[in-house]
Design a protein around this ligand. Sequence first.
Ligand SMILES: C[S@@+](CC[C@H](N)C(=O)[O-])C[C@H]1O[C@@H](n2cnc3c(N)ncnc32)[C@H](O)[C@@H]1O
Length: 296
Amino acid sequence: MGAGTSQDVWGSWILERRDGGAGASRSRLFERLAPVRDQILQGTRIGEGGTLMDVGCGDGLVSLGALDLVGPSGKVVFVDISQQNLDFCRQAVEERGQLERAAFRFASADRLDGIDDESVDAITTRAVLIYLPHKHLAFEEFHRALRPGGRISVWEPINAHGEPEPPDTILGFDLGELAPQSTKVREAFDRALPPDRDPMLDFDERDVLSWVEAAGFTDLELRLEVYDEPPRPPADWEAFLDSSPNPLAPTWREAIDEALAENEVEPFLAGFRSLAECGTGRYRRAGAHIIGVKPA
Ligand SMILES: C[S@@+](CC[C@H](N)C(=O)[O-])C[C@H]1O[C@@H](n2cnc3c(N)ncnc32)[C@H](O)[C@@H]1O
């Protein structure tokens, strides 16, 4: 379904498919993301009375965290191309009784329609630009929307450090001993998101730095974090099968059902489960946090 309807690909991923809808996986994800959120917000140096815009707000990880920082006289502008995510955030803000300090805009990061020039003090973004084919346009828009002296604090996964993965490895799980079925499942993921046309793989932190600089930001700070670790055993196996690594990819269950014959599914699942639960494999996760200032 398209953006603007009650269900959309971004909304259904954030609110269901990212963690298969299970509470245990969701709280584990939040534990991992909370320090990233804090780091992003600290990078903005936003305080009482400021206006912060969070672009690609999702379910509000960063933007809901900003509401208390800006206080009753400040404003948080929630921006997303998913009406479902914007509605979710609006409800969360309403439940906190803080609607008067929030605004909601349906707009794309690379074309911030409805956002005035020099109208915000800080811009945050986490895991959004990775999906854009022309990522530099977003930094030009951020520069336009910021007041002089305003700051961007952007954190993006740098998937090019961990992908493409070795054959028969899927999202870090080494499933080589389940070949040829694992090869077919891996091909189903690759068909959905061909690695050579994947906007999540066509850049690294040096590109981010050069786009930010070219857009006119100064006082740049760039931090790259790289973690090389075994994939974590699923917190809830059924929910794990209903989860997908990103909004453009199938869930494990969808990929397995598409790739394998009916009689291959159960034996593959049994083998996969025992490998996954003992944490076989390795995955390299990386993320870049960039801060920049629009000159006053
Ligand atoms: C991986 S989620 C991240 C959500 C949130 N920033 C967080 O840190 O949890 C990506 C978000 O970006 C939004 N998004 C995708 N493409 C976008 C675009 N071109 N402009 C603005 N938001 C976009 C999606 O709707 C989704 O909410």
